[in-house]
Each structure stands twice: as C-alpha cells, then as structure tokens.
Ligand binder design. Structure first.
Ligand SMILES: Nc1ncnc2c1ncn2[C@@H]1O[C@H](COP(=O)(O)OP(=O)(O)O[C@H]2O[C@H](CO)[C@@H](O)[C@H](O)[C@H]2O)[C@@H](O)[C@H]1O
Length: 829
C-alpha cells in the first residue's frame, strides 16, 4: 500500500486530495485521541480500523468520512492499494514513515533547543533591565498583622505596592491576549463549544474500537494530563456559566517580557508532534512550565523568582539534551502525578477562622512537593497583596440572579492559589461565615458552581489544569456542593469523566442544614433532592448539604483515625453516622500535619521582637524561658520563671470545652499558676474570659479576639497548653504546642487521642497528659499530675519537651496518605 496523505481533522469533515482520484481503493487508517489530550501522537499510534465502509469519495477526489463520536479528533492516513497487496509492502511503508518522523522530530528538537537558548539570553537581558529599574521586593518581606489579627504579608501593601499591582494587572492583560492568540492554534477540541454540548455528546469509549488501549495506558495518560493535557483556553463552554467577559487587551507594559512570554507560549503549544512532546517534558518537570509562563508577565514576580526560573530554564535545556546526562529524579508521587485542586472557604494566611484555613494553606504545598500540580481555590474576601487579576470573568446564576466572578492568582511555594472575587465575598473578611442561613448558602452555591469550572477557565502559568487526571479536594459542608455539582452537571452528562472528588470532614458539627425548601437554591435536577433530604430526631426532615456531599464524593476523608471512628457512632456522627457507615468503603482518617515553616520556634517571625526569641532544641531552656518572660511582660503578668504558665487558644464554644476550664479555674487559682486564654466565639464565654481576668487580675489574662501573633506567642511562652475539647476531629494547637516544647493536657478524644500519647513516668515515654471524660474533675486530675511533674521532676519534663519537639509532624507524611486516597479515587469507576 502507498501512503497518499495524512490529515488531522475532526470527524465528519470533507478532505480534498487533489489528483489522488483513481480506481484503486482508498483506505483511511485512523489514529485517534481524546478531547483533552494535547499529547503528540506519532505514526506508531495509527491503527487500521477498517472505516473504509464509511468513506465516500466523489468524482473530484473529495473524501468524506463519517465515523467516531462528536468532539473527537482524528488523524487519518490515506493509503491506496498498490497492487503489491502484501504485508511486506505495508511494513516497508511504515518503516519509511517512521524514519521520516524521526528525522522530523530531531529537526524540531534542535530548533526547540535553539529557541530556548535564545529565550535564556533574552531573559537575562530582561532581568538586568528590571534590576536597574525597580525596587527589590524582597527587602520588605516581613509579614504583618492587620487590625483584626489577620496575618498578611506587608509586601506591596503600600500605595507604591498598589501601583505595582496595577502595572502587573496590565501585564496580566497581555497574558490573556497571548492566550487568545494561542487559542487559534490550539488543537484541543475542548475549546470548540459545539463539541462540548450535551446534545452532541456520546461516550468516546463506547464508539471507539480501541478504547481499551486508552484505558490500559492510564499511568501514561495521567502523567501527560498533569502536564500537557492541560487545556489552554478559557473558552470551554460552561454548563453553568452564562457568558464570559474578557476585556480587550491593553498595550503591553513590558515589551521584553511579552516577547519572551510569546516565544515561550508558542514553543509550548506548537502543534508539531515533536515540540509538543518536548514541551510536555518541560512541563512535567516539576511545574517548570508553570513557572515560566506565570511569571513572565510580571516583572516584579519575575525578579523575585529569577533564580528559580533561570535554573528551571537551564534544566529544561538539560532535560532535552539528547545525551540525557542530567536526568532529574522522578517526582515522589512517581507515575501517579495528578492535577489536584483543593477548594476551601478559607485559606491561611489570607483568610483564617480556624484549623481549616491552616490545612488549606499547608497541605497543598506538601502535595506539590510530591510532584503534583496543585491549586487552591478560595474566595477573595479582601484585597490580598500577592494575587494578580487574571482577567478571567465568568457569570453564574445564583437563585436566578447573574453573579459575576473574577479570578486572582498567585504562584507560591509550588502551588497555584486562585482567589474568586465576587461582590458576594467582599468585605466579610472578619465574618466569613456570617449572614443569615440563606446568604451563606447562596455564597457557597456560587463558590462551588464556579470552583468546579476553574480548571477550564483559569490558566495558571499559561495553562489551564483541564479536567483529565484531575481530583478536587473539597472541605467541610461549605464546599460539599462541589462533588454534587461535579456529578449532576458534568459526569452525569459524560463530561469531566476523569475528574474525581474527595470530601474532607474537618468538623461534622456544621452541616449546612435548612428546611427542605432550601433545595431550590442549589439549582439541581429534582431527583437530586434525595441526596439532600435527611431525617433525624432533632431536625426532623430537613435539607442537609453535608449529607449530599458525602454521598456524591468519590472518597471521604477525615482528619484523624480517632475521629473517623467516632463519626460512625450516633454520638459522634451528629446525624450523619448512618451515611458515613453506609459509605465506609470510601471513608478513611488521615491525621493532619502542620506547616513546619510557619509553626517552628526556630523560624517563627512572631518571636523576633518585643523580647521574644527564636529557639530550638539546643537552646530550649534559655530560649523558651525568654519567651515566657516576654509573654508575661507583654500581658502585664508578674514576670516569674518558676510559675507554671498555662495557655488556651481556640474558638470559645461548646466543642472546645472552655466551660470545663471555667469550672476548674477556682482550683487552678489555688495552685499558684498563671492562665492565659485567647479566643473568640460565644458572647457568654467571651464575657466569662473577661470576668476571670477582672477577678484574678494578677494571674489570668483573657484575650478576646483573633490574633495569630498572640497565638504564636502563647504557644512559645506557655509551659502547658490545655485542650479539654468535647470532640476534636484532629486539633492543631496541641501539635504546634509540642513543636514548641509546650506540654499538652488534653481530653483523649478524636485527633487529640491520636497525637498525644499519655506520659508514662515509669518508662519515661509519652508526650503529655490525657483525661478520659470531658469533665472538670478529670481535667483537674490530669492538670494536677502535670503540675507535679513540672515542679518536681525537671528531667521528666525536659524529656517530654524533647520528645515533642523531635517528632516529625510535617505535612509530608499526611500528603503521602492523601495521595493514596487520590489515586484510589482516580481508578474508581
Ligand atoms: N482567637 C484566635 N486567635 C488566633 N488564632 C486562633 C484563635 N482561635 C483559634 N486560632 C487558631 O486556629 C486554629 C485552630 O485549629 P484547630 O485545629 O484547633 O481547630 P478548629 O476547630 O478551628 O478546626 C477544625 O479543623 C481542623 C483542621 O482539620 C481540625 O484540626 C480541628 O479538630 C477541627 O475542629 C489554630 O491555628 C489556632 O491557633
């Protein structure tokens, strides 16, 4: 057989092959790929699939082909029977093709290398021009706390900073113009709206004779999906978004950077097989591609990340070195590298009311360290310093009204942080769960509807995540609608088939309950009501968002082993235990980690002024003593080294057992101790804190408010941390305390039982004191033993501190466990 041409096309199109009309039969040989893949498909991927019966040829040589399913693209090689008719002839032909392809590939690799070297040179020029024209942003790097105690970075928080932000926004516009130019050459069918319509949609796997090949090569697919399968465009039609408003591009404020970006982008998504492959290697290389593209438009970020970028580019060149001398080690996740999007209503340090914010700020970084491409999506409650306006806007319906969202983004520590801006989220930074039930519900409807489409619409580092090899991690009831939307709007309609969702329970006590009529707000097909409808003796029949999320999610996690057990009991499940038990097969507990950069006595930025000092295990005795004295001084307590200083940090509510401390206070005051309590919450408990401070002004401080700085300082300065929580899914404060050589006294429940092994004086083991029932006398008993050890057994005390400080509490272990769950979800059909 002789090849007479190769054509890449969508199906159902007519192909004109001039002068090829003859009497011998023409046979199309097809190679196919999915909608999402931008992977190179070499000649070797051709499969003879015998579609000749679908091939019509008119008398001017126009071939029309009718096969496959809508939305798929095909590569078609046309061959004519030569008369040889033998297998030998066919194999000669294939060898010729393969040789030709290899030569073409080599040429393109060389061209690509030349391009990259040119880009490096241009970049170096740009770096030096930026150096001479702007202030070094690193010089003003220390974070500060705003009036509400919210931890922010003061970089670019000044008027001057705002100006820089504006400039950067202009540059982001230039990015979007590059993206739209790039769309013209983007072959990904997902960017063609008709191909994504529900009506046209048929299951690709069903129509393809070779779908088994597609599935068999999963590990390969997932790696590609994480890198090159990502979608370039914001034009993927949305089942939910009404329209997209993209402002017209403004003039580029930095021609050099635009030029560089343009080069990089063109190279990255070149339609040729070879360059696509090379680029996928580049992207595979631990977010290298992301760094290059995301940073290019911003001269400031560009300067900040210059070292990383230079080495990235050099590594890219090395990776493509045909000699292959310097091969980078594979990511820790190995071939299971995925695109991960964590969606949460709060994310530290930008927004935080408690532990969820800490988790959303830290877990993604640990997952990124394992090699995954990771994004966090959170609402933008106020003007954050780092994130830049991506100029992507979408409109979603909430309760019949059009709501516009705009996305801001920053790339920090290997993670894409995407913040969703909308009038609904603005100006509630001090009360992010505030408002009436329906207001909160509507906010979460908007957040989840939009979040599920972020992987299509928001290019990070120049490339959208795409929906292949993608897993969402939703958190608590606020984002429990996400798994439901993923299913109802997309997967039920054959879309986002390879996207999975995991729902994490941080606290089952808040469930998004309401009357059954609330279903009208969530905008779902009527039969979905069953997922939400729940009956329990307390609430009767009601609407329950957490219930629906637990059922719809592919996997469910909670934040400790102890809590995962408790959730299955009628006492611990708060009405959802039935659903959790029914879904036990997909349920697991993973103990939280901590951010060992933020919460580290050696590095803690809040211990660098006002008499506080950083300390480590080596300087524990002097350093911690100095912090204690600084805390006593700052709070106006007598500065005494010998008095045990007891701390409490947390929400003032029933969960945290503050009332148990209140009952124990009279006893404590007889023990010659100092007590410092920091918290906000129930007004009666806030009043109680103030009352104790008034009555025992020389021994008690009750700080009503939310202050991250004070939380760090209490953790460092206190000797003992009390956590008498009635239930505690994991608890982070006891973990922070142990890292700072502060001994926890806790109710042995949930994650507290998992993480605080009780002190055994005979074997000198354990990490703190625990008590079995949430009762004041039990707390008094445990605290009494703790005080005796503090006063009389100094060596044992030091041992407790040492053991606590030398634990590995980082997120790295937990991230590996999360990865296992994400992989399980991915292979679940
Ligand atoms: N007034 C205040 N000022 C400053 N900082 C304050 C503060 N009050 C609390 N914090 C901080 O908020 C965080 C609280 O985290 P926790 O894990 O103890 O509880 P939370 O109940 O919010 O989280 C839920 O989710 C987390 C994460 O999964 C689980 O560990 C936990 O058990 C579950 O209840 C800590 O970083 C603490 O320092």
């Amino acid at each position: 057989m002789a090849s007479i041409g190769t054509v890449q096309t969508a199906i159902d199109s007519s192909i004109l092959l001039h002068g090829r009309n003859c009497h011998r039969p023409i046979i199309p040989i097809l190679a196919y790929r999915s909608k999402k893949s931008v992977d190179a498909w070499g000649l070797t991927n051709f499969h003879t699939v015998g579609f000749s019966r679908n091939l019509c040829q008119d008398n001017v040589g126009r071939l029309s082909l009718c096969c496959g399913s809508a939305g798929w693209r095909w590569r078609i090689k046309f061959v004519q029977a030569t008369g040889k008719g033998s297998e030998e002839a066919e194999s000669d032909d294939e060898q010729d093709d393969a040789l030709q392809a290899t030569i073409e590939k080599s040429k393109k690799v060389l061209a690509m290398q030349r391009d990259l070297l040119k880009q490096i040179a241009e970049r170096k020029k740009l770096v030096s021009s930026i150096k001479s024209s702007i202030i070094d942003p690193e010089s003003n790097e220390l974070p500060y706390e705003d009036s509400n105690g919210t931890f922010l970075s003061n970089r670019m928080a000044t008027t001057e900073g705002d100006k820089i932000n504006e400039d950067l926004d202009h540059e982001s516009l230039s990015t979007s113009s590059v993206h739209s130019a790039v769309n013209d050459v983007n072959e990904n069918p997902a960017s063609t709206s008709s191909e994504y319509s529900f009506a046209n949609m048929t299951e690709p796997g069903k129509d393809l004779p070779h779908n088994e090949i597609f599935f068999e090569s999963k590990p390969e697919r997932q790696l590609k999906a994480t890198t090159s399968e990502t979608v370039q465009s914001q034009d993927v039609p949305s089942a939910l978004s009404k329209s997209s408003v993209t402002p017209s591009p403004e003039p580029f404020s930095n021609k050099n950077s635009y030029k560089w970006l343009n080069n990089a982008t063109e190279t990255s998504i070149s339609g040729s097989e070879t360059s696509t492959k090379v680029d996928s290697d580049k992207l595979k290389d631990a977010n290298v591609g992301t760094t290059i593209l995301s940073d290019a438009p911003s001269s400031l970020k560009y300067q900040k990340n210059k070292d990383a970028q230079e080495s990235s580019l050099e590594e890219n060149v090395k990776v493509q070195d045909p000699a292959g001398e310097d091969v980078k080690p594979p990511p820790l996740a190995g071939p299971n590298v995925m695109n991960i999007i964590l969606v949460a209503a709060e994310c530290a340090p930008w927004s935080k009311t408690g532990g969820l914010g800490d988790v959303a700020g830290a877990l993604p970084k640990a997952l990124a360290r394992r090699g995954h491409r990771v994004m966090v999506v959170a609402p933008r409650y106020s003007n954050y310093a780092e994130p830049q306006n991506s100029q992507v806007r979408k409109i979603y319906k909430v309760d019949g009204q059009d709501m516009e969202v705009t996305y801001f983004q920053a790339y920090i520590d290997g993670v894409d942080f995407v913040f969703m801006d909308s009038p609904m989220f603005r100006h509630i930074e001090n009360n992010i769960y505030g408002g009436n039930r329906v207001d909160i519900l509507k906010r979460m409807v908007l957040f989840c509807k939009a979040a599920v489409e972020v992987p299509w619409h928001v290019p990070c580092g120049g490339f959208c995540y795409g929906d292949g090899n993608l897993v969402f991690i939703a958190n608590d009831w606020h984002t429990a609608l996400l798994p439901v939307y993923l299913k109802a709007y997309y997967r039920d309609n054959g879309l986002m088939k390879y996207t999975r969702s995991v729902l994490v329970i941080h606290n089952i006590a808040h469930q998004g309950r309401g009357p059954v009529d609330d279903f009208s707000y969530v905008d779902l097909p009527p039969h979905y009501l069953d997922l939400f409808r729940l009956y329990d003796p307390v609430g009767g029949e009601h609407f329950n968002i957490f219930a629906a999320g637990l059922k719809a999610a592919d996997r469910v996690l909670t934040v400790s082993h102890g809590y995962s057990w408790e959730l299955k009991t009628s006492e611990g499940g708060w009405g959802l235990h039935g659903i959790i038990n029914e879904n036990d097969w997909k349920f697991r507990g993973i103990v939280n980690g901590i951010d060992t950069k933020d919460w580290n006595p050696k590095l803690d930025i809040f211990l660098q002024s006002d008499g506080y000092v950083n300390y480590s295990l080596d300087t524990l005795q002097t350093g911690k003593a100095q912090c204690k004295a600084a805390l006593q001084k700052e709070l106006g307590l007598p500065v005494r080294a010998d008095v045990p200083l007891i701390g409490f940090i947390g929400r003032l509510d029933h969960q945290k057992g503050v009332d148990l401390i209140a009952k124990a206070v009279p006893w404590m005051m007889d023990q010659d101790v100092q007590l410092v309590m920091l918290g906000t919450g129930r007004p009666d408990l806030e009043r109680m804190l103030r009352h104790f401070e008034g009555v025992y002004s020389d021994r008690v401080r009750g700080w009503v408010g939310f202050s991250v700085k004070t939380a760090h300082r209490i953790t460092a300065g206190a000797d003992i941390l009390l956590m008498p929580s009635r239930f505690e899914p994991c608890g982070l404060n006891q973990l922070y305390a142990m890292c700072y050589g502060t001994i926890p006294v806790v109710h042995a429940v949930g994650g507290l039982r998992d993480t605080v092994q009780p002190f055994n004086p005979f074997e000198e083991t354990g990490l703190g004191w625990t008590f079995g029932r949430a009762e004041a006398n039990e707390l008094i008993n445990a605290l009494g033993n703790c005080l005796i050890t503090y006063r009389q057994y100094k060596k044992s005390w030091e041992g407790l501190q040492r053991r606590g400080m030398t634990q590995d509490l980082s997120w790295d272990n937990a991230a590996q466990n999360y990865e296992e769950v994400l992989i399980a979800a991915k292979y679940q059909w």
